[in-house]
Design a protein around this ligand. Structure first.
Ligand code: ZN
Length: 153
């Protein structure tokens, strides 16, 4: 069975950056299961997997535009320290969910002063070219419920 929309795909993968450093891998874990065509994974990887079958191995290079996006300066903002009331200590590296006009976004604290906190809403892998080594472990039809929900059960 080939990979197509509304099919559940299991893959093992290793993700490296341009420098060859491993950023993420399913090695030693269960394979990643996703619903093809539902935007569960980044577009560059999803597109490359179309029509592949179990047993196929492929190396995919994904440009930022088809990955986690291009870094945007407007996603870096200074907010008043008071916005973090209830948080004992705000430190660089902490991550929070921020409410925005387009929905919730994860932001990372990059700088803290007495009065202001700088938060960065860019994905940590923004601007990065990604290299995936992928092996397709299995492909099956999604259930009606999975298709309705847009994710794998
Ligand atoms: Zn569900």
């Amino acid at each position: 069975m080939n990979i197509a929309n509304n099919r559940v795909v299991s893959i093992h993968y290793t993700l490296t950056n341009d420098a060859g450093e491993v950023l993420d891998s399913s090695e030693g874990r269960e394979p990643l299961n996703y619903l093809h065509g539902a935007g569960n994974i980044i577009p560059g990887l999803e597109n490359a997997l179309l029509d592949k079958v179990a047993g196929d191995e492929l190396n995919v290079t994904v440009e930022p535009e088809d990955g986690y996006g291009v870094r945007r300066d407007e996603l870096i903002q200074k907010v008043p320290r008071e916005a973090f009331q209830g948080v004992d200590q705000v430190e660089p590296g902490m991550r929070f969910q921020a409410q925005t006009q387009t929905g919730p976004v994860m932001v990372t604290v990059t700088e803290v002063t007495d009065t202001e906190v700088t938060v960065d809403g860019n994905h940590e892998l923004a601007d990065q070219r990604l290299h995936f080594a992928v092996k397709v472990e299995g492909v099956r039809e999604a259930t009606a419920e999975e298709q309705e929900h847009g994710h794998v059960h």
